[in-house]
Structure formats: structure tokens, C-alpha cells
Design a protein. Structure first.
Length: 307
């Protein structure tokens, strides 16, 4: 188990050790969240690296990653706990058959720890020999408002109240990362319990550093062209601009196709790696892709000459 970072620079170095290149503001808010034991709420477009932060933290700190993937209709039984009804029914039948236990004793036993099924949030509150785990509550905006309200106790006191048992509190609070793609607004009551950071698209230099760290096998000249092309796409009015995840996928794809630099044909053939909507692909494919490619190559040449 690795100790928590002692400074903002150490936090940035910790992320970099997991091949995550963070800007100064993200490293600062993450350091403060770790130092003060506060949940960190990350918002941003899909594919900018929000989920990856939790994964990298778990890896570099040597902690267990507990992930709760959110979806519409997510409830307490799937996220926190539920009772093992099948085992409870079997226990009732065995008790009735043996006749050696009174109903009061049987009722108390049925709602004991051995019949409790722990879901991700309750698992994250349990002690761990490697240290408090990293709890990732991913894409919170996909859930309903009642589930948000349920999280308030967990995020403020790191505890869960189970009516049949009582309150279960974490001896050492987990590291909590919440993410949202902002498909809907998250309530202020939840945000107040967290530190907040908007994860934006990286600039050219940081995205190039990300590609270099994650995909060292990609030629530098190709990486520069990939980043420049993706950044140019983000400047257009597309239904969904490509994220960093798409940049990484595209660079990997081009290497698999033995491309050492971008060509109009390669761009047209692989636009589905970058863009996920047919209207966006149809708009870019062909003449627009060729125009962007000429612009990109000129920009990359100018950047290289200026360095």
C-alpha cells in the first residue's frame, strides 16, 4: 500500500506513475480531497478521463477499486445491500421443521449479518488490509433523484443505516470519486458534500503527453497529427466531439493499419473510431476530412518548427 501524496506535485506524480497526465488544477483538487477525506465529484464530457482517475488511484495507491456503475432505476438493493431472501426462507423452513426455536429468536437471527448481501457501497465501508478502498460511483447522472438523496448520508458521514441492524459506519472512510457526464443536473445537496472539478478536454500539449504515456509505440509524428486532427474536430459543431478515449483508440487503430502518418484514405476509413454518430461522420467524410487534414499537417509542421 502506497501512502497518500503529501503535496500537489506528489499527487501529479502519483497519477503520472499510472500514465495519467493531469493538469495542475485537477492535481490540486484531488490532493485536497485525499488530504481532507472528502468525496470528489468530477463532471465533464464523456471520454475525458473521469473514470480513469479512480482506476489509476486504486492502482498507484495499491487499494481495492469498488465500482458502482449507475443506471436508470438503480436502487438500494443493487447499490448498497439486500437480504438473502432464499437463505432466510430456508432458515424459516428448517426452524419450523425442527421446532427447537421460538419465533422471536428466529426473527432476530434472520436479520443478522450472515444473511446480509453487501453491494458495492457497503463493501467500500468495510475494513481492508490494504487500506480504505477507492469507491467509484460512475455516471451518477444516469440515476434518479431518490438515489441521489440516499447518497447524502454516505457522502457526509460515510455510513449506511440498515433498519433491521442499525448504522454501519466506516472505521476509515474510503476514497470516493463520483463522475457525471452532465446529461442532467445533480442536486446541490449532493454537490455540497463533495469537492468539485470540471474535467475539460486537454490542450494540444497535454493530449500529446497522454498519447505518449499510454501508447509509446505510436510514432511521435503520427501522435502529433492525431492530436491536431482530434483538436480540430472538437472545434466543429458536432453532435458528439471525440474525447481522449477516442484519440487513444484512433492512434492504436492507425498503428495496427501500419500508418506512419495520416492520409485522407485512412481518415475516411477510420472515422467511426472517432465519431459515434452517422450525421457527424457524413459531415466530415470526404472533402471536409481532406481540408482538415491539410490544415492539420500545416499546423503540426509549424509547431514542430517552433519547438
Amino acid at each position: 500500500m502506497t501512502a497518500l501524496p503529501a503535496s500537489v506535485d506528489a499527487t501529479a506524480d502519483l497519477l503520472r506513475a499510472g500514465s495519467y497526465v493531469a493538469d495542475r488544477s485537477l492535481a490540486t483538487v484531488l490532493y485536497l480531497a485525499l488530504k481532507l477525506g472528502r468525496p470528489l465529484f468530477l463532471e465533464g464530457e464523456a471520454g475525458v478521463g473521469k473514470t480513469e482517475i479512480a482506476k489509476v488511484l486504486a492502482k498507484t495507491l495499491g487499494r481495492r477499486l469498488v465500482r458502482l456503475q449507475c443506471y436508470e432505476g438503480l436502487d438500494v438493493a443493487a447499490a448498497v445491500y439486500e437480504w438473502n431472501y432464499a437463505r432466510q426462507m430456508l432458515e424459516i423452513r428448517l426452524g419450523e421443521a425442527s421446532g427447537d426455536r421460538d419465533r422471536a429468536a428466529l426473527g432476530e437471527d434472520l436479520f443478522s449479518d450472515r444473511f446480509l448481501i453487501r453491494r458495492p457501497i457497503l463493501q467500500a465501508l468495510e475494513p481492508d488490509v490494504a487500506g480504505p478502498p477507492v469507491l467509484l460511483i460512475d455516471e451518477l447522472d444516469r440515476t434518479d433523484e431518490p438515489f441521489e438523496a440516499y447518497l447524502l448520508e454516505i457522502l457526509s458521514d460515510f455510513q449506511v443505516t440498515i433498519p433491521e441492524i442499525g448504522t454501519i459506519a466506516a472505521a476509515h472512510p474510503p476514497i470516493v470519486i463520483l463522475t457525471s457526464n452532465r446529461t442532467r443536473e445533480i442536486h446541490d445537496a449532493l454537490k455540497r458534500r463533495c469537492f468539485y472539478h470540471w474535467v475539460d478536454y486537454p490542450d494540444f500539449a497535454r493530449e500529446l503527453a497522454i498519447l505518449t504515456a499510454r501508447l509509446p509505440q505510436v510514432p511521435e509524428s503520427l501522435s502529433r497529427q492525431v492530436v491536431a486532427f482530434v483538436q480540430a474536430l472538437r472545434g466543429l459543431d458536432l453532435f458528439k466531439a471525440p474525447g481522449v478515449a477516442e484519440s487513444l483508440d484512433w492512434a492504436s487503430t492507425l498503428v495496427e493499419l501500419d500508418q506512419i502518418e495520416l492520409s485522407a484514405g485512412a481518415v475516411d476509413d477510420t472515422l467511426g473510431i472517432l465519431l459515434k454518430y452517422q450525421d457527424d461522420i457524413a459531415r466530415i467524410q470526404g472533402d471536409e476530412a481532406a481540408r482538415l487534414l491539410m490544415q492539420v499537417k500545416a499546423d503540426v509542421s509549424a509547431r514542430t518548427a517552433g519547438e
